[in-house]
Ligand binder design. Sequence first.
Ligand SMILES: [Zn+2]
Length: 271
Amino acid sequence: MRFIPAESPVFNNIKPGWWFFLRNDELLIKTTGEKTEIPFMDDVNIPGLELLCMHYLGKLDGSPCFTAELTVDAQAPEGMVFQGVRGIFGLLGEEIFQLACRAVHILQWDRNSQFCGRCPNPTRADTLERAKVCSMCGFRSYPRISPATITAVKRDKRILLARARRFPAELYSVVAGFVEPGETLEECVKREIMEETGIDVKNVRYFGSQPWPFPDSLMIAFTADYAGGEIRIDKNEIMDAGWFSADALPRIPDKLSIAWRLIDHFIENNL
Ligand SMILES: [Zn+2]
């Protein structure tokens, strides 16, 4: 593995190293001819770039790796461009995309936890672990991770796909939803599919997981089998749902998401 996460959020000797500079959810990347990469720098002081906050992420290929938030008006230095994080998957591969996701998640948390959630005082960064500590009451807060389940349901040789209201035109995907307090992952799978499509499922099996920092989810993927019921959609969330065979699928999500991996797995086993 190229990346080893940091045990401590603080690292004092910052050069040379890899830098994940973010301007909102755009990452600064370096382009040299045909080659595209994350900037590897001896000096973090680039004229025109102001760092709002900085975090040590760990080591990438043996060198320290950092992320820093830039001001919204930051201009890319010569030979570099800002690229939306989702576009990194196609340009720089899955591992760098995952690291960019980690950077986005940590910086968003930093931005959203400047003040204590219990009293109205400012927080400070802890030096031993990635946490914010209230300067007045001592309340600690950690990066928030919101688990959500996403499930491929199979009936004979067909898969259940739904078109959510928030999706781009014509896109269908597997059913997903956030875990509620007090709920197991399996209960969440069954509840979300029943609520959104009216379908009962059985044989819920773990498939894989993916951090998804838009804004702070951890997607936990499952497969399941049809157990009963007819499609009855929740019109507040879903526009359409149906059973699709592998050779007649609608438009599905991009390769970078675990939704695609679930659907691809279904295709491989049911064509
Ligand atoms: Zn406080």
